[in-house]
Design a protein around this ligand. Structure first.
Ligand code: ARG
Length: 598
């Protein structure tokens, strides 16, 4: 069924019926809150409930319906049918609500289309890039760690996923008013650096290092690993080197410092291309010996440490987390201990309200172990640690073979995208900066593929699918944004648009397609809040595809070019401009840079 609004003639300046205020709602950022409150009031007044009691029961409607209230949730005496009839009988259309419909245990509501269009579009216009943001995290501090690759080892898809999901979460928390500090916790310490040191003496080259530190160190690492397989002495030498590093012998650290610095420099450039940033590059090397010693001491006092053959371990079997080694026989530190010490240091430094680790589900056990240890140590903030995990990715190899570096991923994506763009010669010629454009579109493809489904799902890396302009892909989102951006360019006589109060949005009310777009635009602030609860980027991705599909089906009916009535044409352009604002904001939230042209 379809519910049509009662058309009411209203001038754009009519004062609205005042609404009650409801805690935790904010019509100044989320205009649909007003409409939800109006529904809560209509239902509440009829049934003798307060607006606060009804408000949480006002849910998004299914197709063709704006909002729905399920009556059983209020647990009122009497038949649901009678309750519904009571609400329907007392319902009167007002500035916010046009109609009500009774459907079994549900009440469906439609908003006043003229006001809905005007309110939503004006709000998006006025808030601009801030539309969708909220201040729910005001005064709260988040520390978030993501990407965290290992120096001299390969940058695998697990790191890529951490980078993409982490950047999204950092953006999301910032958009919700949190004070966010983002960390890249590099794998820059551990026995393997002793091995690289030995390898560097044999195979290292200053020039090659300076040219591409990440690549050169990886080559050295691969070679010396081979040697170590054949000759046990290599490992002995490596262990000795690492001992010296842990003793902070300046000569033992000299090279390591350069490796780290040059690797970070190279990574920074690559992250920049991905539109990903860190407030601080820290790493396993930064965790102080003292913090780890203190932690082990405390664990010992608490009787949690067991000795085994000179090694120290924590028995976490009670919690089905096995036995975790915290100190090796030779006394050198290990991954787990560094994480324990690192978390303590971070709390002391940042006094965070929450700390997020974006790490592959393959490390679920590791994260659970060190969170548990911190809890056993009775740190009150241990409950504020959150592991955001994600599934595996299969099949990321390029035409030249397996991928080991981040810049290979970026280059391959750019190349594949570039090849594809070149197939359409005419279009290709019109592109100003094909290299940049294909890279941005390609990166959007990678990101959307990565964030399209629930984090925990595994997926197969598919170059063709993710770089296609058809289907729900990154390139499609870019295309939709570019098309929205082009409406103004193609209709310069309508620009600049006057302020919203001088645009007659009532002209849009005759288009069902316009209404669909507007209602989706109105939902965006809620999409952001929901993502904050679930930590799932897929909700945002799904929303953006719903929006772009709604826009795409409007092109044939809500036509700007050639519209003879300029007032009408302006209203339509205004609609598309606001759709562009929200699409752009959503893409930015996903760390995708929206393009203006392609
Ligand atoms: N560098 C690690 C790896 O590549 C990931 C670090 C995750 N973060 C942490 N605090 N343990 O496996």
């Amino acid at each position: 069924y379809r519910i049509f609004d009662q058309k009411k003639k209203m001038s754009t300046t009519t004062a609205r019926t005042p609404l009650p205020t409801v805690p935790d709602t904010d019509p100044s950022r989320f205009t649909l809150d007003s409409y939800k409150i109006a529904i809560a009031k209509a239902v509440g007044d009829a049934l003798g409930l307060t607006v606060e009691q009804v408000y949480p029961g006002v849910a998004w409607g299914k197709k063709g319906v704006d909002f729905t209230v399920a009556l059983p949730r209020f647990r009122l005496p009497g038949k649901v049918d009678d309750l519904a009839k009571k609400v329907v009988a007392s319902f009167e259309p007002n500035d916010y609500l046009a109609s009500i419909q009774h459907d079994k245990a549900f009440l469906h509501f439609m908003c006043n289309t003229d006001n809905l269009n005007r309110d939503v579009l004006t709000q998006v216009h006025d808030l601009g890039a801030n539309y969708g943001k909220n201040e729910s995290g005001k005064g709260k501090k988040l520390v978030i760690e993501y990407s965290s690759p290992n120096i001299a080892k390969s940058f695998h898809v697990g790191h890529l996923r951490s980078t993409i999901i982490g950047a999204f979460l950092a953006n999301l928390y910032r958009a919700c008013g949190w004070d966010v500090t983002s960390l890249n916790y590099l794998g820059d310490w551990g026995t393997q650096f002793g091995l690289i040191a030995v390898g560097f003496e044999k195979y290292g080259s200053k020039e090659a290092l300076e040219q591409d530190a990440i690549k050169h160190l990886f080559e050295v690492y691969v070679k010396i690993n081979k040697d170590a397989e054949a000759d046990p002495q290599v490992k002995v030498d490596a262990a000795a080197w690492f001992r010296r590093m842990e003793n902070f012998e300046p000569e033992a650290l000299e090279n390591w410092k350069v490796w780290r610095e040059l690797s970070v420099k190279k990574y920074e450039e690559e992250y920049d291309r991905l539109n990903v940033h860190f407030d601080l590059y820290t790493g396993e090397s930064a965790v102080k010996q003292e913090s780890m010693d203190k932690a082990l001491e405390r664990l010992n006092e608490m009787g949690l440490i067991e000795e085994n053959n000179g090694a120290k371990l924590i028995n976490l079997e009670k919690w089905k987390l096995g036995k975790a080694v915290v100190r090796k026989r030779d006394g050198t530190s290990i991954y787990l201990t560094r994480d324990i010490g690192g978390a303590i240091e971070r709390y002391e430094k940042y006094k965070f309200d929450k700390m997020i680790y974006v790490v592959s589900a393959q490390q679920d056990l590791h994260l659970a172990q060190f969170f548990k240890v911190l809890e056993l140590m009775e740190f009150p903030w241990a409950k504020d640690l959150l592991h955001i995990n994600y599934g595996l990715v299969q099949g990321m190899s390029t035409r030249r073979g397996t991928v080991v570096f981040l810049d290979q991923i970026i280059q391959e994506t750019t190349q594949v995208m570039h090849d594809q763009m070149q197939k359409n010669e005419e279009k290709y010629k019109a592109v100003e900066d094909p290299e940049m454009t294909s890279r941005e579109i390609g990166i959007s493809g990678i990101k959307v593929q990565d964030m399209a489904a629930k984090r925990i799902n595994n997926y197969t890396f598919n170059w063709d699918r993710m770089l296609s302009f058809e289907g729900d892909t990154g390139p499609y989102l870019q295309y939709a944004h570019v098309r929205l951006a082009s409406v103004g360019r193609k209709n310069p006589h309508l620009l600049p648009l006057p302020p919203p109060s001088q645009i007659n949005t009532d002209h849009l009310s005759q288009y069902q397609q316009a209404r669909e777009i507007v209602f989706l635009l109105g939902q965006y602030p809620d999409v952001v809040l929901t993502a904050l609860k679930t930590h799932e980027p897929s909700g945002v991705v799904t929303y953006l595809f719903r929006l772009t599909h709604a826009v795409s089906s409007a092109w044939e009916t809500v036509i700007v070019k050639g519209e003879p009535d300029e007032e009408k044409a302006r209203a339509k352009l205004f609609l598309f401009e606001q759709a562009k604002v929200v699409l752009g904001a959503g893409m930015e939230l996903l760390s995708i840079r929206p393009l203006e042209r392609m």
